[in-house]
Design a protein around this ligand. Structure first.
Ligand SMILES: NC(=O)c1ccc[n+]([C@@H]2O[C@H](COP(=O)([O-])OP(=O)(O)OC[C@H]3O[C@@H](n4cnc5c(N)ncnc54)[C@H](O)[C@@H]3O)[C@@H](O)[C@H]2O)c1
Length: 404
């Protein structure tokens, strides 16, 4: 049978690169994506290809699917602090029912399935570097725990399907993957640093954490090798040598020719060092990354510069709710200029301090009982406070709890 690969999360950063690599080698590709992380320009290019189909669907719901596939790549998951913190339930559902739905398709068609876990399964590792045999050190209840636990469930369920139903499953554990075509605004470190540098802004380094940074082209090569193999994994995929966040910030500033680096103490887990032992990837897949960090960052900076948002912020008009009119004397409409939803809300809370505890937590995040709408869309369903504003917009603030 001709190759037909179903890629869940196929409209995301890794997904779009993977889909185009699969199309290049002659496969038919179906991407299943809810588009909750946003819409990348790369998806428009993919949709021009005759062998590419996009199905807009939430994989946590069963997919009515009756076409044979030779392979399934399960990438669909919220990722990045902006999405995971705002949507811990959805994150756990993507790893649990989303994983089951993807595994069921592979089971029905006896297809190979590769599932994207994450280096976060190691939590705050007490072992450096981490081999796959290390079981990790994971907090099950913290603000980012939904992501790590979803991935641990994904791994357990993949092995359950392998043992009980004989499904040809393969688990990969990516560390930090970066490169051209990353989603803006989800606060993952490389994209956030490059965006800040290109805006001549501040790159804030929290603590002395170290990350393993793998260039997207190298990573997609590993994914395809994994698809073609029968290896069960889990297999770590990342750069064998770590880069400190401080060094990364300096490199981005130097490459972009703008921006400044500021070091502050670590809050949560930003000081964590995660670095893979990639012996298994070398021996089982014959894979190791080859792109230098300097080359990868150069390509990323150039690509993001080419798509940089306009320097001027959008004009934002706030629709102030009736319940707050006594708190904000004057007109029911307030206007400012802002590049992101977060900038607009920070302006609002600085101008009307009484609103601050109702809108933003001391950590600067949206308080749980307040919703902010951009048109009809709750910004929590897009990029939260990081949602970029390029056109003039109205933000509607909705306190969901009486007296909130
Ligand atoms: N990029 C990295 O550094 C990295 C590191 C470790 C693990 N991973 C894993 O690799 C996978 C892909 O990551 P990425 O960087 O491309 O992320 P991404 O956010 O760019 O892409 C994920 C895609 O999944 C989609 N999605 C989310 N929930 C969905 C659902 N319920 N149904 C259908 N689609 C859904 C999103 O709309 C998005 O297009 C994820 O599973 C992620 O956890 C990535």
């Amino acid at each position: 049978m001709n190759e037909h690969v179903l890629v869940t999360g196929g409209a995301g950063f890794i997904g779009t690169h993977l889909c185009s690599a699969l199309l290049k080698r002659g496969a038919r590709v179906t991407a299943v994506d809810s588009l909750t992380a946003g819409r990348l320009p790369a998806l428009d290019d993919l949709q021009k290809h005759p062998r590419f189909t996009l199905i807009e669907h939430d994989i946590t719901q069963p997919l009515d699917w009756s076409e044979p596939v030779t392979g399934v790549m399960h990438l669909a998951s919220p990722i990045g602090p902006a999405h995971v913190r705002n949507h811990p339930v959805r994150t756990l559902q993507a790893g649990s029912s989303g994983t089951v739905n993807a595994l069921e398709i592979a089971r029905r068609y006896r297809a190979r399935i590769v599932l994207a876990s994450s280096a976060e399964v190691y939590g705050e590792p007490a072992v450096q570097p981490q081999p796959e045999t290390y079981w990790g050190n994971v907090d099950p209840t913290g603000p980012m725990s939904g992501y790590a636990e979803a991935k641990r469930f994904l791994e357990a369920m993949a092995f359950a399907y392998r043992r009980e139903y004989g499904v040809n499953t393969g688990i990969i554990r990516p560390f930090n993957v970066y490169g051209p075509g990353m989603l803006r605004g989800d606060r993952r470190v490389v994209a956030a640093f490059v965006e800040a540098a290109l805006a001549d802004g501040e790159l804030t380094v929290q603590g002395n954490g170290v990350r393993s940074l793998c260039y997207i082209d190298d990573f997609v090569g590993a994914l395809i090798t994994m698809l073609d193999s029968d290896a069960p994994g889990p297999i770590n995929l990342g750069a064998a040598s770590g880069t400190s966040i401080a060094d990364l910030a300096e490199l981005v500033v130097e490459t972009a020719g703008s921006g400044t680096v500021t070091v502050v103490p670590a809050r949560h887990a930003e000081g964590t060092t995660r670095c893979p032992d990639i012996t298994t990837a070398r021996t089982v897949l014959g894979w190791a990354p080859t792109t230098s960090l300097a080359d990868g960052i150069r390509a990323t900076v150039e690509a993001m510069r080419a798509t940089a948002p306009p320097a001027r912020g959008a004009t934002v008009e706030f629709d102030v709710p009736t319940a707050w009119l006594t708190l904000v004397p004057g007109a029911a409409k307030l206007r400012c200029e802002a590049a992101t939803v977060g900038d607009a809300l920070r302006w609002l809370t600085e101008t009307h301090r009484v609103l601050a505890p109702r809108l933003l937590s001391p950590e600067g995040e949206l308080v749980p009982w307040t919703n902010v709408f951009l048109g009809d869309t709750n910004v929590r369903d897009i990029d939260g406070l990081e949602t970029a504003l390029s056109d003039d917009v109205t933000l509607t603030v909705l306190p969901a709890m009486a007296g909130g």
